[in-house]
Design a protein around this ligand. Structure first.
Ligand SMILES: [Ca+2]
Ligand SMILES: [Ca+2]
Ligand SMILES: [Zn+2]
Length: 369
């Protein structure tokens, strides 16, 4: 009897071992399938969003004008920084972000400064971004040189739209209030944080509206991502002085790659790995001087010692005729467990120095030779 029991026990042990082995294989297969499903399958069409991933999208704005709109998906949290370049950009922005915003709610909206190429989409009487989405937290510039509050003026319309969204339940802070009330670090979930950086021109009058720009730093694990709006060289100097800026994975080229921003001091401090420029490349919108058209020679020279990974949304074909085409198109910088990669909506992922436009209009910096 005892012998028989022992034999049974042995058989059971073998059986149990086989079952757990099989179970292990099944569980392994399931986790492999899960891992597989949680990475992008394709660059084409709307991409499925994945828990834990940080996506930063630099949008094309549907016209010949330079302007900014950055959409960030941090887990389930939707963030919009600016909505340029013109009121006509709103449907372009809407159709793009609606692939990602599943609940009609933008948890955070940041309006960097009161220039139309950044806030036109917030400043429309009917159908502004504030009208189209439930905006939970709105953080905007503390100061501006705009004085005309009449609704015939873009600033007046902005104030009206902002007031209406606050009446509808939005929470509004200026960047200065965030800093002064010690409410500048926002946990977005999945270990992603958004910091409203401190800046001298939140509190002090500036000659240039650009210097009032709200500046933000996102952090995800060891990676950091810097957004400075149109902040200019003096503003950047204070930014470096007033914050502990890390070396960054991504830097959104300040002021569309203008000669007035991305100073040697800021670049030396943050040593960017990837730089994205939101502009209509080579456009005569602001100047006829070739070297100073976005992205400028000075910007290229200042970034060059740290990286050649510069991506640009749009190329101007003929400013007077109003024609333009995608360069990298809508650019998405994605960070997940596999690291950070750049997805170019145009399907062309060449970096700036590889474009014919660059060879014809810019001098190759020594660092890139
Ligand atoms: Ca949302
Ligand atoms: Ca709304
Ligand atoms: Zn701008």
């Amino acid at each position: 009897m005892a012998k028989k029991q022992k034999r049974f026990s042995f058989t059971f042990t073998v059986f149990a071992a086989i079952v757990s082995l099989l179970l292990g294989v099944v569980v392994g297969a399931i986790s492999a399938a899960f891992l597989d499903a949680s990475t992008f399958q394709s660059d084409e069409g709307p991409r499925t969003l994945v828990e834990g991933e940080l996506q930063i999208h630099f949008l094309e704005l549907g016209n010949k004008y330079t302007g900014d709109c950055t959409y960030i998906k941090a887990g389930d949290v939707d963030i919009l920084i600016d909505a340029g370049s013109r009121p006509s950009s709103v449907p372009v922005i809407q159709s793009y972000i609606d692939e990602y915003v599943t609940d009609g709610k933008l948890e955070y909206v940041i309006v960097t400064h009161a220039h139309q190429d950044h806030y036109a989409g917030f400043s429309i009487t009917e159908g502004s971004i504030f009208d189209l989405y439930e905006c939970e937290v709105i953080i905007d510039f503390a100061l501006t040189n705009q004085t005309d509050k009449d609704t015939s003026n873009m600033y007046g319309r902005y104030l009206n739209e902002l007031e209406a969204e606050v009446a509808a339940g939005a929470t509004h802070y200026t960047a200065a209030e965030c800093r002064q009330e010690d409410n500048y670090l926002f946990e977005l979930g999945n270990g992603i944080t958004m910091e409203i950086l401190d800046s001298y021109y939140y509190y002090n009058e500036a000659e240039s509206e650009n210097d009032y720009s709200v500046c933000t730093l996102f952090t995800y694990g060891d990676d950091s991502y810097l957004f400075t709006g149109d902040l200019e060289e003096r503003g950047e100097m204070y930014l470096v002085e007033m914050n502990r800026l890390p070396e960054v994975t991504l830097y959104k080229a300040g002021h569309h790659g203008s000669k007035t921003s991305s100073s040697a001091l800021l670049m030396e401090t943050v040593k960017p790995e990837i730089v994205c420029v939101c502009c209509c490349c080579g456009s005569a919108e602001y100047t006829d001087t070739d070297a100073n058209q976005f992205p400028t020679q000075r910007f290229v020279d200042n970034v060059a010692p740290y990286t050649d990974k510069i991506y640009v949304t749009t190329l101007c074909v003929d400013y007077d005729a109003g024609t333009f085409t995608s360069m990298n198109g809508n650019i998405t910088v994605v960070t997940d467990r596999n690291g950070t990669r750049v997805v170019c909506g145009s399907g062309d992922d060449r970096v700036l120095k590889e474009w014919e436009w660059f060879r014809e209009h810019r001098t190759m910096p020594d660092a890139w030779k």
